[in-house]
Design a protein around this ligand. Structure first.
Ligand SMILES: C[S@@+](CC[C@H](N)C(=O)[O-])C[C@H]1O[C@@H](n2cnc3c(N)ncnc32)[C@H](O)[C@@H]1O
Length: 315
């Protein structure tokens, strides 16, 4: 299999000359043709990225494994839902939209706490929205919408709060997307986002890359994360006049290999690993051996630092 780092672009002079003469023959402008080709290429990359996100969230199990692992193995127990709810300072009447709501747990918790105002959850994954519907059997219905954060089907100046928890790092044009969120927030309303540090769980990340290398697959490319602790405040401050940042430093602490293996396996779709059951089994076996070796070299302790940022913005 070809590794991404082995792919080089070498355009030979002969080809360039043929390209030039073809343009002259067709009477075309080189800059315009190249601009058009680059635009097409970018559109293809964007649609491929959206497909990757779709692939990651076609089932809820993977996300649930990661949520459960964080809950169970966090060194310092942190209830993010509770912190977000206290930061919203809601009176129970506000209209709230949760973008990237997944299986709807956050809005369902708000409703159980007695929230009366209109609650809407939007997610691009039909599976997640179906789960959210199944999870919310309450008579006071929450509105669940399948949709894309970049094309919101809601009126301007409508919501008191728009929330985007751990989802903006999936979006390509993050600034434009947040400006779209701002449009549907009422003049005195707010926006709340959560995200991770760019360097969260470095040991798990390193193990993923070692595994990909061992199986001849391209390493996870160190893409510039479009929305993370390192750029979140600056980006949001260019859109909202008031931005408050809260950072929580923590770690995942493991004493056995299985939960780490399961965590990494839950990321197989986002690591672009083919859907091949026997390959997955081989990879999990490989991971278990490697992780047990690492644990034995570190007195049976695997500590992986992470940080979460919460941004509370006013319009
Ligand atoms: C990491 S999960 C976070 C789920 C939930 N907000 C939480 O904090 O537990 C990201 C969610 O965002 C959704 N998502 C990703 N990109 C999206 C987009 N462009 N539009 C709508 N939803 C999106 C995914 O389908 C997934 O359910």
């Amino acid at each position: 299999m070809v590794k991404s780092k082995d792919i080089h672009f070498r355009i030979c002079n002969d080809l360039l000359e043929r390209f030039d003469s073809a343009l002259v023959y067709e009477g075309l402008n080189k800059t315009e043709v190249l601009t058009h080709a680059i635009r097409n290429f970018c559109a293809q990359v964007e649609s491929q990225k959206m497909n990757d996100v779709k692939r990651q969230y076609t089932v809820n199990d993977h996300l649930q494994v990661r949520i459960d692992t964080h809950l169970k193995y966090e060194e310092k127990p942190v209830d993010l839902d509770k912190i977000v709810i206290s930061q919203l300072q809601v009176t129970a009447q506000e209209k709230i939209l949760d973008i990237g709501c997944a299986s709807g747990k956050f809005l369902i918790t708000l409703q159980k706490l007695g929230h009366q105002g209109q609650l809407t959850g939007l997610d691009q994954s039909p599976t997640m929205i179906q789960e959210a519907k199944n999870n919310s059997s309450n008579k006071r219905t929450i509105e669940w919408v399948i949709g894309n954060a970049t094309k919101l089907p809601f009126p301007y100046n409508f919501y008191d709060w728009v929330i985007a928890r751990h989802m903006l790092y999936h979006v390509t044009d993050v600034e434009k997307t947040i400006r779209g969120f701002k449009n549907i927030i009422r003049p005195d309303g707010g926006f709340l986002a959560t995200t991770n540090s760019y360097v969260s769980l470095p040991r798990i990340e390193e193990m993923c890359n070692r595994m990909l290398l061992a199986f001849g697959l391209p390493e996870k490319s160190p893409t510039a994360s479009p929305f993370c602790l390192e750029n979140g405040k600056e980006l949001l401050s260019s859109i909202f006049p008031i931005v408050e940042e809260t950072v929580i430093h923590n770690s995942l602490l493991f004493h056995e290999s299985i939960p780490i293996v399961n965590y990494i396996a839950s990321m197989f779709p986002s690591l672009n690993i083919p859907d091949d059951f026997s390959l997955h089994t081989e990879m999990k076996k490989w991971l278990q051996v490697e992780i047990e070796q690492v644990l034995s070299h570190h007195n049976g302790i695997w500590r992986d630092p992470k940080a979460v940022a919460i941004y509370r913005c006013r319009k």
